[in-house]
Design a protein around this ligand. Structure first.
Ligand SMILES: *Cc1c(COP(=O)(O)O)cnc(C)c1O
Length: 392
């Protein structure tokens, strides 16, 4: 018996793995210490747990523990990184290059900088959602201080050529900031191989708790010299003051450790399910197509069902499955997805597209059920498709 509704919106947030919850529980009660309390064992226990988690989170992206800073999530990490690099390097130049399909955490931080005298280039993407390395290199000027580009897209799963971009940024002595919130814990990341200087990610997208994230900083900020956004007790190398969220950090560490061990098996299993699901939906629904090219995260599908209003479709499906129209942050706004629009889809096509994102706890049975109910509902909403379908 399936328990409905089935959650297929893992890119918006993942359920916490029960093993993560178990590891966190003692730090709410018995191990209640403040990680900055140096005078007693409660503080020492908390500090040790935080440092253990820092190592585990670092290991997930091939970093050293001392290069990881804990924050409240990817949005805060993005802000510390981008506002910070902008302030730190303003004397060198005020030009930042990013891409039109970034998450709003990056786009709106760039917009804020733009209003404050910075010059932002928003690179276009092709129909597959990817950028051209050549046009990126052409945009670099003597004033360019940062390239901000995500690892993988939250709406389509498209994976970007991060290693090539990292090499280009290094060659031009430009800081490379990468928002890896969707990629971390899903595909292998190595900040040295990819030559990333700053990287943001978040526990709640990788089976950890909400409200805890990380910022990776090369050279412990010695060369970048990023100033803090907030001032206080000087925690996290002075860059992120405030009492540490010890249970959240411990949970983040456990989720990073589990992802490191299980992502290959999880990814392989989910890719088979996802590919089967896409093939089944595309063959059942005339004119449907996948958005985002072929180099995508293994668990993500963004599908265009022509003539099918996505809001109506998701509402009709909501008792059986939970899908989304795109980014969770924008689904309360009626605007068509900026990611799909940047890929050349019309407003109408964007309004006819839905995101299905699978994850660790999704079963084969659930995917089979989901395909069936999506198929039925889309065909019911488009009687003309059924006729076309029957007459071939
Ligand atoms: C979810 C997400 C964010 C925001 O993360 P929070 O931890 O919720 O602040 C930023 N970037 C991308 C690509 C995301 O998917």
């Amino acid at each position: 018996m399936l328990k409905l509704p089935i959650y297929l919106d893992y890119n918006a947030t993942t359920p916490c793995d029960p093993r993560v919850v178990d590891s966190m529980l003692p730090y709410f009660t018995n191990n209640c210490g403040n990680a900055s309390s140096n005078d007693h064992s409660f503080g020492w226990i908390a500090r040790d747990a935080v440092e253990e988690a820092r190592s585990l989170v670092a290991k997930l992206i091939g970093a050293n523990a001392q290069n990881i800073l804990f924050t409240s999530g990817a949005t805060e990490s993005v802000n510390i990184a981008l506002q910070g690099i902008a302030k730190a390097q303003a004397s060198k130049g005020k030009h930042i290059i990013t891409v039109s399909t970034e998450h709003n955490a990056v786009l709106n931080t760039c917009k804020y900088l733009e209003e404050n005298g910075y010059n932002i280039t928003y690179l276009d993407v092709d129909a597959q959602g990817n950028i051209s390395l050549e046009s990126l290199e052409n945009k670099i000027t003597g004033e360019t201080i940062c390239i901000a580009l995500m690892y993988a897209n939250n709406e389509t799963g498209t994976i970007y050529p991060v290693k090539e971009i990292g090499a280009m940024a290094r060659q031009h002595h430009i800081c490379f900031f990468c928002d890896a919130t969707q990629a971390a814990g899903k595909i292998e990341i190595d900040v040295d191989r990819d030559k990333v200087d700053l990287m943001s990610f978040s526990a709640h997208k990788m089976y950890g708790p909400k409200g805890i994230g990380a910022l990776y900083m090369r050279n412990k900020n010695k060369e970048l010299n990023i100033p803090p956004l907030t001032y206080g007790g000087g925690q996290e190398y002075g860059l992120r003051s405030g009492t540490l969220n010890v249970p959240g950090i411990v949970g983040f560490g456990t989720s990073a450790m589990l992802c490191r061990k299980e992502m290959e098996a999880d990814g392989g299993r989910l890719q088979l399910l996802r590919d089967w699901m896409e093939a089944a939906l595309l063959s059942a629904i005339p004119g449907s197509s996948v958005n985002g090219g072929s180099n995508r995260l293994p668990h993500v599908s963004n599908i265009l069902f022509p003539g099918t209003d996505n809001e109506q479709l998701l509402l009709a499906l909501s008792k059986s499955i939970a899908l989304s129209r795109g980014s969770a942050c924008s689904s309360n706004v009626q605007k068509p997805s900026h990611v799909l629009k940047a890929m050349g889809l019309s407003d109408e096509e964007a309004h006819h597209s839905v995101r299905i994102s699978l994850g660790r706890f999704v079963t084969e049975e659930e995917v089979i059920f989901a395909v069936d109910v999506i198929k039925k509902t889309v065909l019911e909403m488009n009687p003309s498709m059924i006729i076309r379908n029957c007459t071939g």
